[in-house]
Design a binder for this molecule. Structure first.
Ligand SMILES: Nc1ncnc2c1ncn2[C@@H]1O[C@H](COP(=O)(O)OP(=O)(O)OP(=O)(O)O)[C@@H](O)[C@H]1O
Ligand SMILES: [Mg+2]
Length: 251
């Protein structure tokens, strides 16, 4: 299928710019020629079927996986050459990330606040605890929390350093509809308030329609279409994003 592109946000500063990223794992081509930009204040979505290459793309943007080729610029800086400076202002949360289970929630947040070298660690921990409603869980060990509660701790950790770029891999996968709804509102609020940018993956099409300003649709390691949810639906001649997904997945 030919790549179809809607224009990017004209005139807005690019927080993230990835050019022609590629990654193979042995015989598997996970990502092939992926280029995308995320503008200041934008919530961008990366969608696609299982195995499309979304997580691999995110891991390259976070410096966790080294691309075979391509270039990544974050805040206008080359990720490879300015790794520490860039990653200090980035954060990440994913449903598959583990937290140290034997630690209490408060200990986890205090440890990350110190690790990030925050200027007022106690004050910032208190802010994220309030934001994610973690007060009643502070003395609980992480291992004893439900998966939805652990997700909230993960997100609190990810917001500690007020990231200018927040990368979220299926952030609401473990949340019940009510908690998911509240986290979505919170994340949109955070993005609007801080002017930071977010790049998120999700298999929840309603979530993506509600949260994302722009969507990059991946299939077979490539971005095959970019646009708003309505633009993508129009492009594929269907009613909504869910139908776009089914059409792409079944082609
Ligand atoms: N470390 C690895 N070693 C070998 N193959 C890998 C590795 N990581 C990813 N892959 C392969 O690369 C392809 C893309 O995987 P990736 O995890 O990026 O997909 P995804 O779009 O995130 O899928 P999902 O929706 O299931 O999370 C898959 O075929 C996967 O098996
Ligand atoms: Mg994935």
């Amino acid at each position: 299928m030919r790549a179809v592109r809607a224009p990017a946000h004209p005139g807005r500063v690019a927080i993230l710019q990835a050019d022609l990223l590629a990654k193979r794992f042995g015989p598997v081509t996970a990502v092939e020629e992926v280029s995308l930009t995320v503008a200041e204040g934008e919530i961008a979505g990366l969608l696609g079927p299982n195995g499309a290459g979304k997580s691999t793309t995110l891991h390259m943007l976070l410096g966790l996986v080294t691309p075979d080729s391509g270039r990544i610029r974050i805040f206008g800086l080359d990720l490879e050459r300015h790794r520490t400076e860039v990653l200090n202002q980035v954060n990440f949360s994913a449903s598959y990330l583990g937290l140290p289970g034997v630690l209490q929630v408060r200990e986890v947040l205090d440890a990350f606040a110190r690790l990030y070298g925050l200027r007022r660690p106690a004050g910032r921990v208190a802010e994220v605890v309030e934001l994610l409603e973690l007060g009643p869980l502070l003395r609980r060990k992480v291992i004893d929390l439900s998966s939805g509660q652990q997700t909230r701790v993960q997100l609190a950790k990810a917001l500690l350093n007020r990231p200018r770029l927040l990368i979220l891999d299926e952030p609401t996968a473990a949340l019940d509809p009510d908690a998911g709804d509240r986290i979505r509102s919170l994340l949109v609020g955070v993005a609007r308030e801080w002017g930071g940018a977010m790049l998120i993956t999700s298999h929840n099409m309603r979530e993506v329609e509600r949260m994302c300003d722009r969507i990059h649709f991946m299939s077979g390691g490539r971005i095959i279409a970019t646009g708003t949810a309505a633009e993508l639906a129009g492009l594929f001649g269907v009613a909504d994003l869910e139908e776009v997904f089914l059409k792409v997945a079944r082609q």
